[in-house]
Ligand binder design. Structure first.
Ligand code: ACO
Length: 436
């Protein structure tokens, strides 16, 4: 970051002396005011619940311009990456800063592929879960448990450990998600097949059985690969910030990523694709397209507590660029599977059209986000709704680990420790129980 020529001056109405604070410029995007010495100089903290105006780190990985609807990984527009590169090239880019050349790609793919199996003991660990457990409950446990199986790569101060645990996490997440699925449906686990692509292998582990050959459909393989690429990173969102905060204590990467999985589960974050599909199914049960208007009235009524899932974003105040790409993929997949007349897809189009024209959504700059379409694509592929967020976690693992490694390598890195505005009781004495 570069020191800007101007400074910020903070003055007080009570006559306390004003103070100057440095301003830094990034390569693009808003400048930041450096408030690190504020407490030492004034005895005051800043107050910013939800981090609406606070940068908690400097990062060179992902940039979002929410007003333009632009998403860049290491400077490359998401549209170009989704069209010209596959997911493992994107992983290489996020982790190491550059797209691989052909030799680097072959080497990276080999390294990931060689780590796709998980320790055989993991299946016994999995057996402890109820068969009807939510896949994200299982994933939180399984990812955390990796640290119990791979303790030869848990020292985050060692760059080699960081690298090998990054590779292990990227390689093993599809295996774990597929195992969680197979466990809930009571089918045998399918071991990874290293002759398949990353997405193709995931489809195989999900949908093959030992009874007959499984042929990967290239359209579905490409669609899944695109889902992974679009979800790979999204700068300092809630789960990534959770991974950074958790990892800032020096905990091992598997534990930090498990924290990210737990955070992602929430319906305001990664759980939105599941919530969005459930919402569409509810509207369908109410009567389908003819009931969209009625449903929208509920969404606009603040007392109803109903939100239009898959719409709105903290950063994008324009069309989420990932939603456009996902809409394209959605059409391809439905065409391939002969599901163009899928009632849920038609319903989604009707909801989107009404919302984009409605004043409530226009004024608040609420546009479809990536989750609006990714659920429909996943459902068409055959992925069950409760597994959607686990697929998101699989893809986001690359971003989480890239961000974690960036933080550990940053000389300014410190344990994260937010402050508070205390509004509780001041000192008081404990009374004997009979007098309380
Ligand atoms: N439906 C109806 N109203 C909404 C929606 C929605 N989906 N999203 C925001 N609004 C309204 C809010 O009620 C608020 O209205 P007000 O100004 O009258 O009070 C206004 O729009 C601003 O919304 P905020 O909640 O302040 O926006 P915030 O940035 O805090 O929230 C969030 C963003 C959490 C994503 C929100 O839009 C939401 O809950 N959307 C639905 C869930 C969803 O799709 N999440 C996926 C996010 S993308 C991802 O994680 C991959």
């Amino acid at each position: 970051m570069k020191l800007a020529e101007n400074k910020a001056t903070l003055s007080f109405s009570n006559g306390s002396p004003s103070i100057d604070m440095p301003v830094y410029q990034g390569s693009v995007g808003p400048d930041v005011i450096d408030i690190r010495k504020l407490y030492a100089q004034t005895g005051m903290f800043t107050y910013d619940p939800g981090f609406l105006s606070t940068s908690a780190c400097q990062s060179a990985i992902t940039y979002i311009d929410g007003d333009k609807g632009e998403l860049l990984y290491r400077g490359y527009p998401i549209e170009q990456l989704a069209t010209n590169c596959d997911f493992l090239e994107t992983c290489h880019l996020l982790l190491y800063g550059e797209l691989p050349d052909a030799a680097q790609k072959a080497d990276f793919t080999k390294r990931v592929t060689n780590h796709t199996m998980v320790n055989e003991q993991m299946q016994f660990f999995l057996r402890g879960f109820r068969r009807d457990a939510h896949p994200m409950a299982i994933m939180t446990g399984l990812v955390g448990a990796l640290s119990a199986f791979y303790h030869d790569s848990t020292d985050i101060t060692n760059p080699q450990h960081r690298d090998i645990s990054a590779i292990r996490l990227i390689a093993k997440m599809p295996t774990l998600v597929a195992m969680a699925y197979k466990y809930t449906v009571g089918q045998p686990y399918m071991y990874p097949r290293n002759d398949l692509s990353y997405a193709g292998n995931f489809l195989h582990m999900m949908f093959a059985t030992p009874c007959e050959p499984y042929i990967v459909n290239p359209v579905l393989e490409r669609a899944l690969d695109r889902i992974f690429t679009l979800h790979a990173d999204h700068e300092q969102n809630a789960s990534t910030s959770t991974v950074r905060l958790c990892g800032s204590s020096g905990t091992n990467p598997f534990a930090a990523i498990a924290a990210g999985v737990a955070c992602l589960w929430g319906p305001a974050h990664g759980g939105a694709n599941e919530a969005c599909l459930n919402m569409l199914e509810d509207i369908q049960k109410m009567g389908g397209i003819s009931k969209v208007g009625e449903f929208m009235e509920q969404v606009k009524d603040k007392n109803s507590g109903v939100k239009l899932m898959g719409f709105g974003h903290r950063v994008y105040k324009n069309y989420d660029p990932r939603a456009k790409l996902m809409q394209e993929t959605c059409k391809e997949v439905l065409h391939e599977l002969g599901l163009e007349n899928d009632p849920l897809f038609k319903l989604a189009m009707a909801v989107e059209k009404i919302a984009l024209e409605d004043d409530y959504f226009v004024q608040r700059k609420l546009y479809p986000n990536v989750d609006f379409y990714s659920g429909i694509v996943q459902r068409a592929i055959g992925i069950p709704t409760p597994l959607f967020t686990a697929v998101f976690a699989l893809a986001r693992t690359t971003g989480w680990i890239a961000q974690l490694n960036e933080m550990i390598g940053d000389p300014e890195y410190k344990i994260g420790r937010p402050r508070q505005l205390f509004t509780g009781n001041v000192t008081r004495d404990v009374k004997p129980i009979a007098q309380r």
